[in-house]
Design a protein around this ligand. Structure first.
Ligand code: ATP
Ligand code: MG
Length: 667
């Protein structure tokens, strides 16, 4: 994946050795709540049905959508590794996400409860959403955007962002969303790569109590010398009300352009394999890749998984996915999955600590959120802040809790269950990637007896394996590399403009078997349930043992003083690598001189002496990508006393100076 990025001396893809050591043991089990199991959308029989006839199973899920023309063939894998799902079928994504709900009499149902960071709020019904999407589709058409043209979207979390995505989908113009906090340079390279014709942006937005400007960044990305040249028009949404620089002829206000359009628009049905969007991966390991997703298979799997994994009941649930629309989680579980299923969702513009650290729980309370989908990075932050904060709010509306983005440490899982779910709500730890488009491995809330820290089983219709370096399945109780051994409907259809990189990155490693290589380490426990063990590039090799960063981090987090931990392997002359740990303490914990020793002993006791960190450093922050994932390769640079690699996708590059200053350069 990012072998060229790897530090010299780092045992790449430790899978090259035999298997991963399986150190952590977790005996706690949680059965699904009886009432939920009783009324669950998906029951245990779905596993058998999908095993008996996998393609038939997906065809059945696809029938939940409206197709203008039914498909001829469910899967055409003759051009592997390029899949074609529901060949010959035709449908319109926006029609499926909006119009059909209005036509079935649900026009007055709220689609989005928008909560601005300053506290401004309004709700958008499906009927209103339909009119807005039609106007925006007409506006894009007037600007000369045709089916197949790319549209770049650089927006904060506002309802117009949802409208913009759906308008593109409606006219068959693939969108490329760029996270609003990315730099002009990142926006420029993504516009160039996709040769986008129109850019949709905003004047600015609200973040941490202040107004952040966005339009000047967009201008910088487009500047005459060296800027992206493919953009013909910039549509600017007014959100913050700031004065903005303006380029006559190129720039247009969104409200002026859309308001004069008709609120009617006839959707065209597109081929099932018509491109729906390009999205660049978050760049945890290296240079982002333009992941391409198409229409019919994608919508089938995002809507199925949203229905199955969250048990969504459209008439009664309120769903809140806290991701940003700039990530795949926002695409699949803020926009396409929930809207295809006629969900009522919360859309929140801001951060969890503005104006205070109870903002998330205030939102849950205000809107009666029943399903919450968030990330381990947020959960660990809440742990740091302390249990008294969520304790102040009424969270009784919650019934299902989700996690995505990184492995969730068992103690963070338990904290989430006790303090947010109040021991009532099942937790679904969902493993998937930008490339997979939708959830792949996850418990089902009405079926699965969950284990804290395990994503459990591939969903019905999905097939995954944990294999050794030769591609042979590892036995239960052992670790190895995660692969997907069967194509799935929402799989990526390639990397935009780079067929070779697609083959190399995902299909070369297990070319003989034809497996998709996910780049993550995993283990199967005694029952065959799957535990994600972190990225293959991060796996450590200590005295001949492959040790997962996740397991050592989980052992550290199980100590009451630790809220968050990041572990790396640094080159060592005698053991190959030595374990170096960076820890953040929980709220109220004192930094004590003896703590490091205590933590080392704790890890040795929890999972074994082999995994004992050689060095432990207490830090205030960890380097994270803008999507909140720990960037271990930078910590490895620090631990090995080497110049830092690429830091452009970091939230805050200054964090690295602080960490480097603290670590004694001893070996
Ligand atoms: P890049 O591919 O550019 O390095 P990225 O992998 O961080 O960036 P994403 O597609 O957003 O980009 O993230 C997918 C990865 O996130 C997975 O491969 C896995 O490492 C991790 N991940 C996501 N969900 C889970 C989960 N529930 N448990 C464990 N790991 C997870
Ligand atoms: Mg990735």
């Amino acid at each position: 994946m990012a072998a060229e990025e790897a530090a010299p001396g780092t045992p790449q893809g430790a899978g090259a050795q035999e298997t991963l050591s399986n150190l952590l043991h977790e005996g706690r089990r949680f059965a699904p709540p009886a009432a939920l199991a009783e009324a669950a959308n998906v029951r245990a029989d779905a596993y058998q049905a999908s095993r008996a006839d996998r393609l038939g199973f997906w065809a059945e899920q696809a029938r939940h959508l409206h197709w203008d023309r039914e498909w001829d063939q469910v899967l055409d894998w003759s051009g592997a590794p390029f899949a074609r799902w529901f060949t010959g079928g035709r449908l319109n994504v926006a029609y499926n996400c909006v119009d059909r709900h209005v036509e079935s009499g649900h026009g007055d149902q709220v689609a989005l409860h928008f909560e601005g960071e300053p506290g401004d709020r309004h709700s958008v019904t499906y009927a209103e959403l339909q009119r807005e999407v039609c106007r925006a589709a007409n506006a894009l058409t007037e600007l000369g955007v045709h089916a197949g043209d790319r549209v770049a979207i650089y927006l904060p979390m506002i309802p117009e962002a949802v409208v913009a995505l759906l308008a593109c989908a409606r006219i068959g113009a693939p969108h490329s969303v760029v996270f609003a906090a990315f730099s002009p340079g990142a926006l420029r390279s993504r516009i160039d790569d996709a040769q986008a014709k129109v850019l949709i942006t905003a004047d600015g937005y609200h973040r941490r109590g202040s107004v952040v400007q966005l339009k000047p960044n967009a201008d910088e990305a487009l500047q005459a010398d060296g800027g992206a040249q493919s953009i013909e028009h910039v549509l600017v949404i007014r959100r913050s009300g700031q004065e903005v620089p303006w380029t006559e002829g190129r720039d247009l206000w969104w409200h002026e352009t859309t308001e004069r359009q008709s609120d009617r628009h006839t959707p065209e049905a597109f081929d099932s394999e018509h491109p729906l969007f390009i999205l660049y991966t978050s760049g945890t390991t290296g240079k982002p890749k333009g992941i391409l997703h198409t229409t019919g298979g994608y919508l089938t799997q995002v809507s199925y998984t949203h229905r199955a994994v969250f048990d969504l009941k459209p008439d009664t649930d309120v769903f809140w996915c806290t991701a940003d629309i700039g990530w795949v989680t926002g695409h699949s579980y803020i926009v396409y999955g929930p809207l295809a299923n006629r969900a009522t969702s919360v859309l929140y513009e801001g951060t969890p600590d503005t104006p205070n650290q109870g903002r998330f729980w205030e939102n849950v309370d205000r809107y009666g959120v029943s399903i919450l989908y968030t990330a381990p990075t947020a959960i660990r932050t809440f742990m740091k802040w302390g249990t008294e904060i969520p304790a102040r709010y009424d969270l009784s509306s919650l019934r299902v809790l989700g996690s995505v983005g990184e492995p969730i440490n068992p103690e963070a899982w338990i904290w989430y269950r006790e303090n947010i779910g109040r021991e009532r709500c099942p937790i679904v730890d969902t493993w998937w990637q930008t490339e997979t488009g939708a959830i792949m491995i996850s418990p089902l809330p009405g079926v699965t007896e969950t284990k804290p820290g395990s994503a459990m089983r591939p969903l019905p219709g999905i097939s995954a394996e944990v294999v050794d370096s030769d591609g042979n399945p590892v036995p239960n109780g052992a670790g190895g590399l995660l692969v997907l051994d069967q194509p799935w409907p929402s799989m990526l259809r390639g990397i935009w403009g780079d067929e070779e990189r697609y083959r190399q990155t995902y299909w070369e490693r297990f070319a003989d078997q034809g497996y998709y290589f996910a780049g993550d380490g995993a283990k199967k426990d005694e029952d065959g349930d799957i535990w994600l063990l972190g990225r293959v590039d991060d796996i450590m090799l200590v005295s001949g043992h492959n040790i997962s960063t996740t397991e050592v981090e989980s052992a550290l987090v199980s100590h009451p003083a630790v809220a968050e931990a990041a572990v790396v392997g640094a080159t060592d002359p005698t053991t190959g690598q030595r374990i170096v740990a960076f820890v953040i303490l929980r709220g109220g914990s004192e930094e004590v001189a003896t703590l490091a020793e205590e933590l080392k002993t704790h890890v040795a006791k929890e999972i074994g002496p082999i995994a004992k960190p050689r060095q432990i450093q207490v830090v205030a922050e960890l380097p994270k990508t803008r999507s909140g994932k720990i960037m271990r390769r930078l910590l490895r640079d620090v631990a090995e006393d080497r110049a830092l690699g690429d830091t452009t996708t970091l939230t805050d590059a200054s964090v690295m100076d602080l960490i480097a200053a603290k670590l004694p350069h001893a070996t």
